[in-house]
Design a binder for this molecule. Structure first.
Ligand SMILES: Cc1cc2nc3c(=O)[nH]c(=O)nc-3n(C[C@H](O)[C@H](O)[C@H](O)COP(=O)(O)OP(=O)(O)OC[C@H]3O[C@@H](n4cnc5c(N)ncnc54)[C@H](O)[C@@H]3O)c2cc1C
Length: 468
């Protein structure tokens, strides 16, 4: 790789050896070893189709070609570029340039994998086939389901991907969107006004991202000396600002210290970009007395009440509602009931990552219906488990490797600090870096260095090629 290519990928002009040293200093290499990379080689034969070549699909493919000598592996994905999506936040904050967050998909594709540059339109899990746009049919013995998630912009009335940026409505959940956000934030802090930051009512990838861009905007206003002209409000659909108790108290404190108001239990319904108004529903659970139809006796029942209200803004940031891709729902691969059913998140066992109805499907990454955060960091630890279990299934053994729900969400609290939230299914802190020598319930400068300088090269050089 040339120095120029290296600079483009890493975002800083240092030799690769120095990156490896920095990574080792942060314990990234050690942590990588802890992710259980090693799977002994297997001669088992199977036709494997991987749907989606993002963080999860490419990492799976890389490990599978190394560990299955005789497998026939096809990866289907139409994308010509591979994005490091955590970098979108840093583009919107003026820290990364757009060209620093992607590589050509062809350069990420592991050797030995057949790449079909098409969009999957259907999966028939009863017949073990995948259909692509234009009609091609791909039979499989085993399916790796990793298409990520679908961004449903149109579920916010008045919003579409095409009109993003109009009326100063912005979103870092899109590459172009993140590029429009940076000049808009700069103009906003210069001019002053009300900045309104919201999240969404569905599960979303990197639930911390809307908080990061909110806090970075607040800090930018302070750096520009215009904080007194800027009002910043955060609206969340959740009942808490953050749902991992170890990190929540400090995050709440930060919002208070920085004079950012927090409104809980509110869902964005729509926007009027002309009038610069955002429409919300406040969601409340109320208790009501009513007669039990069987006994006639009074009983207390809980009802959900939605109260509409509107707020004016000068700058608005929001993520779109998110769901599993439509073909996952149509194939009957989503949860049929429960909290994960409405968005059709794939029905997988939360420990083994094997589909609960179709045991020849493993599923991981954002599409997986498991109770943890949808992050690349989570995928880094899902991949070794999914690989081991897929190989076990191919060899006719029971899938025994277990994923503990580990996820990480480095919440950038200002230019220079990150609250390094790492946790598992139990929502207990699970610190994987030697940064744990520091008090990880508080924001740290070392976390910022990790976020800005280490995690991206670690993604492209460690995780995607299946080394960590
Ligand atoms: C703004 C933002 C900030 C983030 N910050 C962080 C962070 O700080 N830390 C962190 O760990 N994570 C972060 N994430 C989340 C992380 O990027 C995702 O969790 C991760 O990329 C998901 O990987 P995936 O493989 O499941 O899906 P993706 O990486 O999205 O890949 C899905 C792939 O499937 C392909 N595909 C989709 N549909 C089809 C189809 N029908 N047919 C064929 N192929 C298809 C797509 O082209 C794509 O290549 C962030 C995300 C965003 C948007």
């Amino acid at each position: 790789m040339s120095k120029a290519q290296f600079e483009q990928v890493t975002g800083f002009d240092v030799p690769r050896r120095m990156f490896l040293k920095t990574a080792a200093a942060f314990g990234v290499v050690a942590a990588a070893g802890g992710s259980g990379c090693a799977v002994s080689g297997s001669n088992a034969k199977a036709k494997i189709v991987i749907v989606g070549g993002g963080a999860a699909g490419i990492s799976m493919a890389a490990r599978l070609v190394r560990n299955l000598r005789k497998a026939d592996i096809t990866l289907i994905d139409p994308a010509s570029l591979h994005f490091y999506q955590p970098g979108f936040t840093l583009i919107a904050a003026g820290v990364y340039r757009p060209g620093q967050v992607y590589r050509k998909q062809a350069d990420c594709m592991p050797r030995g994998v057949k790449w079909v540059r098409k969009t999957v339109v259907a999966v028939d899990p009863a017949r073990n086939t995948v259909t692509v746009e234009g009609g091609g049919l791909f039979p499989y013995d085993f399916l790796v389901l990793t298409p990520g998630l679908q961004l449903n912009w149109e579920k916010v009335e008045g919003l579409s991907l095409k009109t993003l940026g109009q009326g100063n409505v912005h979103s870092i959940y899109d590459f172009e969107g993140s590029q429009k956000t940076w000049p808009a934030i700069q103009a906003f802090v210069k001019k002053g006004g009300r900045g309104l930051f919201a999240d969404t009512y569905t599960k979303l990838k990197c639930g911390g991202a809307p908080k990061k861009i909110c806090l970075l905007t607040e800090h930018l206003a302070r750096k520009a000396g215009t904080r007194q002209n800027v009002k910043i409000d955060y609206f969340t659909a959740s009942k808490e600002l953050y749902d991992v108790p170890y990190f929540t108290p400090r995050l709440k404190e930060i919002y208070k210290e920085r004079d950012v108001s927090v409104s809980l239990n509110v869902r964005v319904k729509g926007v009027d970009t002309q009038a610069k108004k955002v429409f919300f529903n406040r969601v409340e659970k109320i208790k009501k007395e009513r007669a039990d139809p069987r006994t006639g006796k009074p009983v207390t029942v809980e009802e959900t009440v939605m109260t509409p209200f509107a707020e004016e803004y000068d700058f608005l940031h929001l993520p779109p509602p998110q769901s599993a891709p439509d073909f996952v729902r149509e194939a009957g691969l989503g949860w049929p009931e429960g909290k994960l059913a409405a968005e059709a998140w794939a029905m997988v066992d939360k420990a083994t990552l094997v589909h609960l109805k179709y045991p020849n499907i493993v599923c991981l990454g954002d599409v997986a219906g498991i109770p943890t955060s949808k992050t690349g960091a989570a995928i880094r630890l899902q991949v070794p488990v999914a690989v081991k279990n897929l190989i076990a299934l191919i060899e006719g053994r029971a899938p025994e490797a277990k994923y503990d729900g580990y996820a990480a969400c480095p919440i950038i609290t200002d230019y220079g600090h990150v609250l390094m939230c790492e946790f598992d299914y139990e929502k207990k802190p699970k610190i994987s870096f030697p940064l744990s020598l520091l008090d990880m319930s508080k924001e740290q400068w070392a976390g910022w260095l990790l976020k800005v300088y280490v995690l991206k090269p670690m993604y492209f050089y460690g995780m995607l090629p299946g080394y960590c």
